[in-house]
Design a protein around this ligand. Structure first.
Ligand code: SGN
Ligand code: CA
Length: 535
């Protein structure tokens, strides 16, 4: 073979160098942000935290390739308020979205608006939970309110539409299509990819439903908690599997089965409590996939229920609950995998910060409960995993106390956008970059408001440190609770009145009062929001 003359080699080298550096320049310097949030996804149901219930290999990739936070929490453990806190970077009492019912003041600055202004391309797909016109996003398709699992309706910029299929797959398809076809590759992007699953009434896709109804799951240690060493709030909450989980709506027993068995729990046909409410959204083909599985559940129920003790009923309901809840999560995990693969296959993984979180934690039978709302760990904590290649050391576990309050400032700092001075969180950047000595928070503030309301969890606020949790329940009670998080991690004993803890109580009360001042919460605001809720 004739060798190339020297000058051609030099020219080739120059060409290659130039095209490489051109490619580099084309790549946006600012990182993309892919914010993945599911609804009611307990950290207990992510194998990066614990694999006793389910394997979530795709979500776990973020832990392996990035950081997993074991003490991430929310400031108010309920859906719409959590989302408002994430968007505004402010506590509930400041952004005003105290519960799922009071409106969100849309004149407030939200972090996507700042990204949009700074030249990011922005989009939101899935569950927002309030409003019909999210600000700061170039493109959106959102579920009205809670949304549905089967053939869900969407609010879009072109009007309302119903899409055939399973909600978790559909929200992913929308997000992938946006990444692939609507995105302007010359701009960095912020994509909010927001799942409805695994929110109640926990409907898995038919194939997962079939698979998961064959499984049984280990019982939580505190399933039969009688709340004897707790306050009034735990005793009066209406979220106990035996007493408050609904046979039809939740466990998927046909109203006709309940009636034939002597009105186990009467259900008004077509009401929200009727399993048919979601089932009937299906077309004939979808119904024919679900029906035999539901019939088999009904058969099992009919055979066992009449002779079951309360303890056995509790276990039966727990298993049914876990089958549906975890089956729904399995689809979330598969779909997260689809999106991570897309980033890999399109050269986007390296410059994209991927966040996986939930709007709050959830009880998976711990303390006999489902749902959330309490300052107790399973609902107060939320999963948080972040991957940012070259910035976060793979396989990092972080125990510092971080909150959803911090997300906005973290994303803004990563994107080199100035955060408004009145945001109340702290950027997680030092923790992401392994500079823990620059992080000095030792307590977080919590405040829950939605009472009286579904599940009847009383209003309370409190302070949480790594060692203790002190909460004040108010409105129709005036009770304090203290938990020793080290000695009693399952929070079974309220030691507020234990003389051994008198000094701890005194110290924490002072710190709590200081946090209320720091974050501008007050008795006046508590009273204002009580009055507002009455309207
Ligand atoms: C619905 C659920 C409740 C749940 C709230 C709030 N009932 O009312 O169990 O606590 O939403 O959830 S359901 O029968 O309609 O599913 S949140 O995640 O939106 O805060
Ligand atoms: Ca939620």
């Amino acid at each position: 073979m004739k060798s190339l003359p020297l000058f051609s080699l030099v020219a080739l080298g120059l060409f290659l160098f130039q095209s490489c550096s051109e490619k580099k320049e084309q790549k946006p310097k600012k990182p993309n942000i892919l914010f993945i949030m599911s609804d009611d996804h307990a950290y207990q149901a992510i194998s990066a935290y614990s694999d006793h219930l389910i394997n979530t290999p795709n979500i776990d990739r973020l832990a392996k390739e990035g950081i997993v936070f074991t003490n991430a929490s929310v400031t108010n453990s309920i859906c719409a308020p959590s989302r408002a806190t994430i968007l505004t970077g402010k506590h509930t009492h400041i952004n005003g979205k105290i519960d799922n019912h009071n409106p969100f003041d849309t004149t407030q600055v939200t972090f996507p608006q700042l990204f949009q202004k700074a030249g990011y391309q922005t989009a939101m797909f899935g569950k927002l939970h309030f409003g019909n016109n999210p600000k700061g996003v170039d493109d959106f398709m959102i579920l009205p309110g809670q949304g549905h699992y089967i053939n869900p309706d969407f609010i879009t910029q072109k009007g309302d539409t119903t899409i055939t299929g399973y909600v978790t797959d559909i929200i992913t398809d929308m997000s992938l299509e946006w990444l692939d076809k609507k995105r302007d590759p010359s701009k960095p992007f912020l994509l909010m990819y927001l799942h409805k699953a695994p929110h109640r009434p926990w409907w898995p896709r038919a194939d997962k439903f079939k698979e998961y109804t064959q499984k049984t799951f280990p019982l939580p240690e505190t399933l039969f908690d009688d709340y004897s060493n707790r306050g009034t709030a735990a005793k009066t909450a209406e979220m106990n599997l035996l007493h408050h989980m609904q046979y039809s709506h939740d466990s998927k027993i046909w109203p006709a089965t309940l009636e034939a068995m002597g009105d186990v729990q009467p259900v008004v046909e077509g009401s929200q409590a009727d399993v048919n409410n979601e089932f009937n959204r299906g077309n004939e083909e979808q119904k024919s996939q679900y029906k035999p599985i539901i019939d088999a559940i009904n058969q099992d129920f009919r055979e066992k229920w009449p002779t079951m003790t309360d303890k056995e009923k509790m276990i039966w309901k727990y298993q049914r609950y876990m089958q549906d809840y975890l089956g729904s999560i399995s689809s979330v995990d598969d779909n997260v995998g689809r999106v991570l693969d897309y980033l890999d296959n399109n050269g986007l993984a390296e410059n994209t910060i991927v966040v996986y979180t939930s709007d709050q934690g959830f009880y998976l039978g711990e303390h006999g409960w489902f749902d959330k709302r309490f300052i107790y760990d399973e609902s107060f904590k939320t999963p948080l995993l972040i991957r940012w290649p070259n910035e976060i050391k793979p396989g990092t576990t972080e125990e510092e106390m971080v909150q959803n309050l911090d997300f906005a400032q973290t994303f803004l700092e990563a994107a080199q956008i100035k955060a408004p001075d009145d945001m109340q969180g702290e950027s997680l950047m030092p923790l992401l970059k392994g500079q823990a000595d620059e992080w000095n928070r030792d307590a977080v503030y919590y405040h829950y408001y939605e009472y009286p309301s579904v599940h009847m969890v009383k209003r309370h606020y409190g302070i949480v440190t790594k060692e203790y949790k002190l909460a004040h329940f108010y409105y129709d009670v005036d009770e304090w609770e203290l938990y020793d998080r080290i000695k009693d991690p399952k929070e079974m004993n309220n030691v507020y009145d234990d003389p051994d803890y008198a000094d701890v109580v005194a110290k924490l009360k002072k710190e709590l009062a200081a946090l209320r001042v720091k974050y501008k919460d007050s008795k006046e605001l508590d009273d204002k929001y009580i009055e507002q809720s009455k309207k």
